[in-house]
Each structure stands twice: as structure tokens, then as C-alpha cells.
Design a protein around this ligand. Structure first.
Ligand code: UTP
Length: 296
């Protein structure tokens, strides 16, 4: 089975939940401790063996592209100041993968954003990682993208990550329905239907899509014929229904902590949890939280 070598990271949304910060800064560039959200996502893809990363960028494209490019003045200054470890770390960022970008001229929906990457992805299977969802897998274990890629490479079927959410939260996600099975401690679904942000009573399924996918290239044909759905956007979920009904689609639970960093509370949670694990901030942040806790 073809190896998954390419990943698409849609990062062209308007980020309205983060206004006014996102008026000039794309939300994917907001920092979690000292690294932009996007870097956590690119690293996840790289750890899955992805070689080419295609960023779908909109406004603020320059800041996203510049991040993976050389910054001569900065590196020269750091070098002259003897801060060699910083130069090494900046060099690592730009050499970690072949990062390229394509523009989505208007934010016409996630399906449209993924479709925009077709000229670069071509006829290969590829991963999609949402640009505002951070997944941290346990140390030494496969990243979520890696888990999906290996499933695709074994079964030949497009495979997406799913997680169980409480009934009152299903309206925030794409929800998958289908036949359940258990394999090696994971819950698998042979997907029969995908519903975008269902209203109460529209589904009994609690399996939500948190933003990691591996598709074969036929998804592009389905996206092309997908009419604008909810909010006038071209939804990825509609194209997923089509692939589920033609070649077949698997959804699987995964082992990782997930942060919805595109949402204020998820963003703060990521900063706190990852700040506690960061060597520069962990001790001081833990002491601060302990002092703060009794006053809450
Ligand atoms: P979201 O729906 O979370 O992003 O899309 P948004 O539209 O920017 O957020 P709000 O609701 O206005 O705050 C998930 C991912 O898909 C990208 C976003 O950048 C985000 O990383 N996206 C979404 C696109 O690239 N293009 C689109 O047209 C829509």
C-alpha cells in the first residue's frame, strides 16, 4: 500500500473566536509557551514520517511562511552574541520537513481548504491536520497522524481520528456514525454517515472528529462536487460521507492528549499543561498555581 508522505495543514480560517488577536496574527501562529501552535502540528506530522507539508494559508500568510524560512539578521545577531543553541534550534525548525504553502483565497470552508491543496498533493494518499488542534501522544508512542497513516497503509482505507464526547457537546463537532468494533484496545467504526455539528436528537452517536485524517486522493473528487452546506461552506464532512459510501472509511480512537487551541479555554489549558512540562517554566508555574488555587 502507498506510504503516506504528504500532509495538508489548513490554516486559512478567520479565527473569529480569537478576535481581536487574530485580526493581524493567524491563530495558528499564537504561542503555546514559546512555540506557535503550528509548530506542534508540523512536528506531529514529521514524527509520522511525513516528508512534504502543505500549509493552506490565507491572511497573514507571510508570517507563517517566514516562520519556516531563514531569518538572516536574527541568526547573525544570535551567532555574534554566542547564542549558538538558539541558532541550532532555528535551523532545526526550517530543516525538519519540506514546508510549502498554497493560498486559499477565501475561507470557503474546511473541505474547500483541503481541495485547494490538490495541485501539490496530486494522486497520493495524504494526512490532514487541523491547524488549531494540538495532539500530544504519550512519550515514545506513535503520534495520532502516525496511528492513522499506519492504519491506511495496512487496510488501504481512509482513516480518521475520533473521540467520545458528552451528548451536550456533539453540536460542536462533525459526528461519525457506523458499526463499532474493538481492536487492540482501540474502538473502530466502519463509518456509514458523518453529520456536521448535529442538533439535539439528530444522532445518538457520541463519536466526534477532532481534526486528524488520512485520505486517499479520491477525496478530492468528492470535494469538487460537494455543494456548499452549513453556513455556505464547503464541508469536509460531506466529502467524507461520499468516501465512506464508495471506497469505505474507518474512524478510530487514539492515544493522545488533545487541546482545541483555536478556542480560548483550550488555548489556556494547553498553555498551562505544556507550561507545567516546560523546563523553563514548570517549577515556577506549579508554585504559582498552588498559591492561586486556594483563592479560586
Ligand atoms: P475552524 O472552523 O476551527 O477555524 O477550522 P476558523 O474558521 O478559523 O475559526 P473560528 O470559528 O472563526 O474561530 C479548523 C481549521 O481549518 C482552517 C482553520 O484555519 C483552522 O485551522 N480553515 C477553516 C481553513 O483553512 N479554511 C477555511 O475556510 C476554514
Amino acid at each position: 500500500m502507498a506510504k503516506v508522505r504528504k500532509a495538508v495543514i489548513p490554516a486559512a480560517g478567520l479565527g473569529t473566536r480569537f478576535l481581536p488577536a487574530t485580526k493581524t496574527v493567524p491563530k495558528e501562529m499564537l504561542p503555546i509557551v514559546d512555540r506557535p501552535i503550528l509548530l506542534y502540528i508540523v512536528e506531529e506530522a514529521v514524527r509520522a514520517g511525513i516528508e512534504d507539508i502543505i500549509l493552506v494559508a490565507g491572511r497573514g500568510k507571510a508570517s507563517i511562511e517566514d516562520f519556516f524560512d531563514v531569518s538572516y539578521e536574527l541568526e547573525d545577531k544570535l551567532e555574534r552574541d554566542g547564542k549558538h543553541e538558539w541558532v541550532t534550534s532555528l535551523k532545526q525548525i526550517r530543516s525538519m520537513a519540506n514546508v510549502m504553502s498554497i493560498r486559499q483565497k477565501q475561507p470557503l470552508g474546511l473541505g474547500h481548504a483541503v481541495g485547494t491543496a490538490r495541485p501539490i498533493v496530486g494522486n497520493e494518499p495524504f494526512a490532514v491536520l487541523l491547524g488549531d488542534e494540538i495532539m500530544i501522544s504519550p512519550k515514545g508512542e506513535a503520534t495520532v497522524t502516525e496511528q492513522l497513516a499506519r492504519s491506511f497503509e495496512t487496510t488501504g482505507l481512509s482513516t480518521v481520528a475520533m473521540m467520545e464526547v458528552p451528548a451536550e457537546e456533539t453540536s460542536k463537532y462533525g459526528i461519525v456514525e457506523g458499526e463499532i468494533s474493538k481492536v487492540d484496545g482501540a474502538t473502530l467504526l466502519r463509518v456509514s454517515n458523518v453529520i456536521e455539528k448535529p442538533t439535539a436528537g439528530q444522532t445518538t452517536s457520541r463519536f466526534a472528529l477532532p481534526g486528524r485524517y488520512v485520505f486517499d486522493a479520491s477525496i478530492f473528487d468528492h470535494i469538487k462536487v460537494t455543494a456548499p452546506g452549513r453556513n455556505g461552506e464547503i464541508q469536509l464532512t460531506d466529502a467524507m460521507v461520499a468516501i465512506a459510501k464508495s471506497k469505505g472509511l474507518i474512524a478510530t480512537t487514539f492515544k493522545a492528549r488533545r487541546f482545541d487551541a483555536g478556542d480560548k479555554i483550550g488555548y489556556l489549558q494547553a498553555n498551562i499543561e505544556l507550561g507545567l512540562e516546560h523546563p523553563d517554566t514548570g517549577t515556577a508555574l506549579r508554585a504559582y498555581l498552588k498559591r492561586l488555587a486556594p483563592t479560586l
